[in-house]
Design a protein around this ligand. Sequence first.
Ligand SMILES: [Zn+2]
Length: 510
Amino acid sequence: LSPLLFSQSPDTTAILYGNTITSADLKKHLSVLASDAYEGRETGKEGQKKSAKYISEQLQSFGIPPMKDGIYYQTFALYPSISLKTVIKAGKKEFNMLEDFYYFRGTSYEAISRTELVFAGYGISDKNYDDYKGTDVKDKIVLILDNEPYNKDSLSLVTKEKKPSKWTKDHQVKTELAKQKGARAVFYVVNDFEKWKNKSKHFFESPSLSLDKPDGSDMPVIFISESMASQLLAASKKLKDVQSAAQLIAAEGPRSEAIKQNVLIDFRQSTDPILSENVIGYIEGSDLKEQVVLITAHYDHLGVHDGKVYNGADDDGSGTVAIIEIAEAFMKAKKNGHGPRRSIMVMGFSGEEKGLLGSKYYVANPVFPLENTVCDLNIDMIGRVDDKHKDSADYIYIIGSDMLSKRLHEVNEKANAWYTKLKLDYAYNDIKDKNRFYYRSDHYNFAKNGIPVIFYFNGTHADYHKESDEIEKINFELMEKRARLVFYTAWVIANMDERIAADKKQENKD
Ligand SMILES: [Zn+2]
């Protein structure tokens, strides 16, 4: 039996304010934020700024004061991986991105120019086979072959076995080794260049954003075609091309060679940041105000592509309007003398679709000390019904509630039993779930820091990350119940005597 640490019956005062969260209000806000005028709310773009303004104006209209300096924003800088150049030259020959090579943007490389290129065989260092033996690659541009060498009996020179080893299965084993050896850049020959290039294409098309200012010191890994590799190796009389280099190794064992060849790699990136904003609504508590209960949702989405506006009504327009309504409910309660004992902070994150960046920035630069942050109730997609629940709509997926805190899980269940009576589906509440939902929204940055979280989620649907994620498809009655569940859970957590404890160790950190 659990000790009776929170009150054992529904609180009629809570219901009074829970009832102010209505499908009509949710719809009113969403019809603004998920309209074309908000241009898909892409991080750093005009539509995102407009959305931040809209959310903060709502907070202001409820009488929630700004955090400081009269603003509701936590502003942060992001660095886009926009290459100013994509140049690789060897002697007079110039190679072309996506024809001869590809690389993954996301790190800035200063221009790298060398007068020689080191061929380091297959880039393997193992007990029976070592391409690096007697070869110094420190600060050099290194070229390595794909997979591993086999002798005429089809046995690997590395393992003496037929089946491929880790050196074939995971190219990062080789690139990590090159990095340890101090290589400045790696040309990695890809045997099936066209296939892998096409598989990776979507990465090249939209620039990524990073919180880290590019510093140019990273070791770029450039995936090159066999044809490009052969042109680079042609300057060596012995190696000639990829095929003959591979044959030499198969016959004679590991081989590396420094080849006289001027090589220039210039992928310099812009270091100009773009600015983005987390929006914060803070409702100060009473006797336990030093402790803060977070209620969060990301308000950014995918923007406009090929003239199509991705309105993200469900993802995560639904969570955004829910936190607006929840903030209003708590503020109304406070104005009527029923304010929360612990402080409530609602936060709209930006940068989520770019890699949980707004929340990542927040946990590194928290407005309140993380040790005073009781929990994060994160809402990401609560306006739709997935296929599994077509015929039993009143459900919500609960993810993470019991990962760090037994009590948080109990409170959420209790709040639901008392007030909302949704079917709580725990199907995705597993760190080993193949969809990895636990890792895929902003709450994870809090969980990583030992703060108990709940992720409220409706599951995926055919319109997920499509331009068809539109307001017409939102089930507002259901969304109202789900938003109220978050409100009631927060209400109990904010008002109970005991603070929710992080009493369980997270099994898996990443
Ligand atoms: Zn989302």
